[in-house]
Design a binder for this molecule. Structure first.
Ligand SMILES: C[S@@+](CC[C@H](N)C(=O)[O-])C[C@H]1O[C@@H](n2cnc3c(N)ncnc32)[C@H](O)[C@@H]1O
Length: 144
């Protein structure tokens, strides 16, 4: 299930982008978050890794239709890609992946990288900021 569209502005707000250049959505689904960030911040290179070829196609089509040159999706397993150059990483994790996300992805990020998680906290990290709607649909911001 994708993030609710009305929650994307909260993601963008909590990301508090100030000169960051590289954004990844790991498990980017239909690309709604990538499109949201790419539209809001044209200088931000927004890349998604997604296991479903169909979603990759849909995302890249949306990016073309919206004339967003700073947005693209690739078919890949998020647990094997290199995102060590990230300034911001966003995940909407399946809770059963929570441990894997920390072990396989986050340990390779550089100091200062922002990690944003939707609905589920990342095991082993303490958020620096959170945002919710009456206690629901929580967003967690972490800094590596
Ligand atoms: C909960 S959805 C989130 C979609 C999008 N990030 C959002 O916030 O709307 C999770 C997505 O991760 C994808 N996914 C699951 N396992 C994956 C993996 N190992 N590598 C890449 N994508 C994966 C699914 O196909 C699905 O589109």
């Amino acid at each position: 299930m994708p993030i609710r569209l009305e929650d994307i502005p909260r993601l963008i707000t909590i990301a508090d982008i100030k000169g960051e250049k590289i954004f990844y959505d790991l498990g980017s689904g239909d690309g709604r978050v990538l499109i949201g960030f790419a539209r809001a911040h044209k200088e931000l290179a927004c890349s998604g890794y997604e296991i479903s070829s169909f979603y990759v196609f849909v995302t890249n089509l949306k990016a073309r239709l919206n004339r967003l040159k700073n947005c693209r999706a690739k078919k890949a397993d998020m647990f094997t890609v290199d995102v060590s150059d990230a300034d911001i990483v966003y995940v909407y994790p399946n809770p059963k992946f929570a441990k894997l996300i920390n072990e396989k992805i986050l340990k390779n990020l550089k100091k200062g990288t922002k990690v944003i998680s939707y609905c589920f906290p990342i095991v082993g990290l303490t958020p620096t900021k959170t945002s919710d709607i009456y206690g629901k649909r929580e967003i967690f911001l972490y800094k590596i």
